[in-house]
Design a protein around this ligand. Structure first.
Ligand code: TUI
Length: 322
């Protein structure tokens, strides 16, 4: 374990050592990955995506068997199984949930009743304010640098605007890969960070090695946004699938048909390793992910490099008198 001075309100709120969340990515963030991250002092989060409730219960049990530390579940609010998934979360007394792709307001009272902390992902100030009123514990402000379903605002403009609009802690997400990103997020007023893409390349992440290789080979301009016409834009690594969708959109294919083309593609990429026909959701920071390594080392590296960057900044600017 490393000694760190970077402890935040989020560490206290949920009882974790380091203010680092692992994004709850569908078909990627299984119990194995979440347990490894939590056991290493961050917050591991199971991505329930559109999986049925039974699958989630099994992944929660895996986490509980590996670690006694806090963990989370991400609920994708567009899932057809969202009500059953919430029921499992209540029954299993999950310590933290994050939500994506919608407004979780109506679920807040029942989750609070059993002591589950609720930390929704927001991509706008308006939803952030509404959810603070609904009683959520913290917020994840996710910029459009992220992989998967995204909003329209970048992390740098979004985070300080959300921080200024609410009193609850804010976690920054989108485009963060190392200690520089953590220090920058703290400078913007965030109390922690969430990383997805880098954790896809954790050893404990069960996705196909072909996807991990593709992320490691990715450069700065490797991602594209597809599906704008459907109202649900998605950032993925550029491949045959994204170029096909692009062409159909340009030809004016109806949005429902475009959306239909995406069904099953995330699983095809992550589980089956089809790097051309699958949808490889990943963030713009993919170009900075360099190696496959254990989750514990990712967390150590982020914390150590954050301390180093903070020292460097203090040495440069800390002594100055005005
Ligand atoms: O949810 C994510 N990332 C995701 S979900 C996903 S599965 C999916 N695939 C295709 C289409 C839609 C979903 C893949 N990646 N991140 C969190 C996130 N939430 N990003 C943006 C939002 C968001 C957007 C609009 C949250 C709320 C919102 O408005 C809801 C409202 O009612 O105002």
């Amino acid at each position: 374990m490393i000694k760190t001075m970077i402890k935040t309100k989020v560490c206290e709120l949920i009882g974790i050592e380091y203010p680092i969340f692992q994004g709850g990515m569908a078909w990627v963030a299984t119990g194995e990955l979440a347990a490894a991250v939590s056991e290493s002092g961050g917050l591991g989060i199971i991505g329930s995506g559109q999986a049925p409730a039974d699958w989630l219960r099994q992944e929660i049990r895996k986490v509980k068997a590996i670690t006694k530390k806090p963990y989370g579940v991400n609920v994708m609010l567009m899932s057809p199984y969202v009500d059953e998934v919430m029921q499992v979360i209540l029954e299993e007394r999950v310590p933290v949930i994050t939500t994506g792709a919608g407004n979780p307001g109506k679920y807040v009272p029942m989750l609070k009743e059993v002591g589950t902390k609720v930390i929704p992902v927001v991509a706008s100030v308006a939803l952030a304010k509404r959810l603070e009123k609904a009683g959520v514990d913290a917020l994840i402000a996710e910029g459009m640098e992220s992989g998967g379903h995204i909003g329209e605002i970048g992390t740098f403009p979004l985070v300080p605007q959300v921080v200024d609009a609410v009193k609850i802690p804010v976690i920054a997400a989108g485009g963060i890969v190392d200690g520089r990103g953590l220090v920058a997020a703290l400078a913007l007023g965030a109390e922690g960070v969430q990383l997805g893409t880098r954790f896809m390349c954790a050893e404990e992440c069960t996705i196909s090695h072909l996807i991990k290789d593709k992320i490691i080979k990715a450069k700065d301009r490797a991602t594209v946004i597809t599906g704008r016409s459907t109202g649900h834009p998605v950032r993925c690594l550029d491949n045959h699938f994204t170029r096909e969708i692009d062409q159909y959109e340009r030809e004016g294919m109806p949005p429902e048909e475009i959306a239909q083309l995406g069904v099953g593609r995330l699983r095809l990429a992550m589980v089956d390793g089809d790097i051309e026909k699958g949808s490889i959701m990943a963030g713009q920071i993919a170009g900075a992910v360099k190696r496959i390594e254990p989750a514990a080392r990712i967390i150590q590296d982020i914390m150590q490099s954050a301390e180093r960057e903070y020292e460097r900044l203090s040495a440069r600017f800390g002594e100055r008198r005005v």
